[in-house]
Design a protein. Structure first.
Length: 202
């Protein structure tokens, strides 16, 4: 029996979802595929009928603008060969407005966006030792338990440490943070300086 094109797409979706265990809601819709074909004037190969990887950047008060903008620009501007975006990029925060030192940010997503992310990126803060709310720390822990990949930029490693995500692990942070102590123990005890960064064990 010859399957229709829509039937073939559904079949490939099922195979992909079974193989990678990606929830169906993350898969591109049939309509998206057809719109892409119409725009390009040709059929899209089946490998493009796959999940869009969601990268969520966590913005907290005191966030360093450079650290925040880097993943947004890198992942937000990446394109697939057919011109479509390679990633879904979101910026989330515990409040609608975030103090970014010299300016304020209006953030469209709340902490619940962390639960639906494939990758979470935590930028550094102007004061890496500022207390982080338990709502944020709990959301990061739950995301990790759910299998989400979590990364930090610069002194964002201190936020991950506050959540207990770096216990017994090694992490990289800014060399200028080498004199800071956690729980009374200088982190320089576990550091190895490497150019502009420091590898730290929490």
């Amino acid at each position: 029996m010859v399957k229709s094109r829509s039937g073939k797409i559904a079949h490939h979706r099922q195979l992909f979802a079974k193989r990678s265990e990606v929830p169906y809601r993350y898969l591109l819709t049939h309509r998206t595929v057809l719109e892409g074909e119409k725009r390009l004037g040709k059929k899209l190969p089946m490998p493009y009928c796959i999940a869009m990887h969601t990268v969520t950047v966590l913005a907290l008060d005191g966030v360093l603008a450079f650290d925040l903008s880097t993943p947004v620009e890198v992942f937000g501007r990446a394109r697939l060969p057919d011109g479509r975006r390679a990633y879904v990029v979101r910026v989330c925060a515990p409040a609608e407005e975030v103090d970014a030192n010299l300016f304020a940010l209006r953030v469209p997503w709340g902490l619940d966006a962390l639960a639906g992310a494939d990758t979470i990126i935590v930028p550094g803060l102007a004061d890496p030792m500022v207390p982080i709310s338990e709502d944020v720390l709990g959301a990061l822990r739950r995301a990790l338990e759910g299998g989400t990949r979590i990364a930090s930029i610069c002194v964002g490693a201190f936020t991950l440490a506050a959540a207990g995500l770096l216990d017994g692990r090694r992490a990289t942070t800014h060399w200028a943070a080498a004199g800071i102590s956690l729980d009374g123990t200088p982190i320089s005890r576990w550091m190895t300086v490497c150019s502009s960064s420091t590898t730290v064990r929490f």
